[in-house]
Design a protein around this ligand. Structure first.
Ligand SMILES: NC(=O)c1ccc[n+]([C@@H]2O[C@H](COP(=O)([O-])OP(=O)(O)OC[C@H]3O[C@@H](n4cnc5c(N)ncnc54)[C@H](O)[C@@H]3O)[C@@H](O)[C@H]2O)c1
Length: 252
């Protein structure tokens, strides 16, 4: 059976994913890509040697029967294609987690830790009870479309609102919110002219202690909104899902 992976979005994350397949970090036979900008797919095809199939729309992508589909396009794409995606047989990896806060999740919907980590510890603590989660994200003014020359707090609120105001920056807040649900995630966004890396600090107070997690991620050179770690986290989750599929096909 041909192991096909579907990809929606041939941008920064999609490109790292295609390169990982080329380097055989991901064990699949075929990659089918759909991007509303066809030039993006052409650019990707020129970059890697293994053959990439192009789909012109979501139905064409689904018709290739991918076993896993990776969404790396945007919150709008998730909302638009979600009904068709969850009706398919594919496992789904959703990168634009901000969109998932308003959608009904099913067991086939997966999301990676993305630009952060430590979700295993948060899930463990959630069983005992989490009292508070605060995310403080620092990015450069340029990325946040600001021009401040001093460190400035530009937003304070909750994850649900943050993902709408900063759709490209706050998937991390959504990922945390999905993990600790129904606990509310407090968010602070700081525009920091000194910063060279996208920094996320997470503070958690739970029943038996506290946690402090900090990630200082190099931005992706093609898309400074996106941290390189997010792409590598997608690859890791894709490896796991493909391996799991392989095992279940051997068993049944
Ligand atoms: N979960 C996380 O921690 C995390 C981290 C970084 C980025 N992200 C999110 O992942 C997504 C992809 O990130 P990226 O850096 O690769 O973005 P990108 O802008 O570099 O690439 C997105 C690509 O998707 C295409 N696209 C947009 N809308 C589409 C649609 N409706 N249908 C098909 N293609 C469409 C664009 O043409 C573009 O080529 C973004 O939503 C980003 O915010 C999540």
């Amino acid at each position: 059976m041909v192991k096909t992976v579907g990809l929606i979005g041939a941008g920064a994350i999609g490109t790292v994913l295609a390169e990982a397949i080329e380097q055989k970090l991901v064990n699949c036979d075929e990659l089918v890509v759909f991007d509303i900008e066809t030039t993006k797919v052409e650019k990707l095809r020129a970059l890697v040697k293994f053959p990439i199939k192009t789909a012109s729309n979501i139905d064409e992508l689904l018709a290739t029967n991918p076993i896993v589909i990776v969404e790396a396009a945007g919150q709008g794409a998730v909302r638009e294609y979600y009904p068709k995606l969850i009706a398919s047989d594919a496992e789904l990896i959703i990168m634009s987690t901000g969109a998932l806060l308003d959608l009904q999740l099913t067991p086939k919907v997966h999301f990676p830790a993305g630009a952060i980590g430590g979700l295993d510890a948060l899930l463990a603590a959630a069983n005992a009870g989490i009292n508070e989660v605060t995310l403080t994200s620092r990015k450069s003014p340029k990325v946040l479309f600001k021009s401040n020359t001093q460190e400035t707090l530009i937003y304070e609120g909750f994850a649900e609102e943050a993902v709408k105001l900063f759709p490209k920056e706050m998937n991390v807040a959504a990922t945390l919110a999905l993990t600790v649900k129904p606990v509310k995630v407090q968010v602070r966004v700081i525009s920091d002219p000194q910063i060279t890396r996208n920094t996320h600090e997470i503070w958690v107070k739970w029943h038996y202690g506290e946690m402090q997690l900090k990630f200082a991620n190099q931005p992706h050179p093609d898309n400074p909104h996106t941290s390189a770690l997010a792409a590598w986290a997608t690859i890791r989750l894709l490896q796991d899902l493909l391996k799991h599929k392989e095992i279940s096909q051997t068993l049944f």
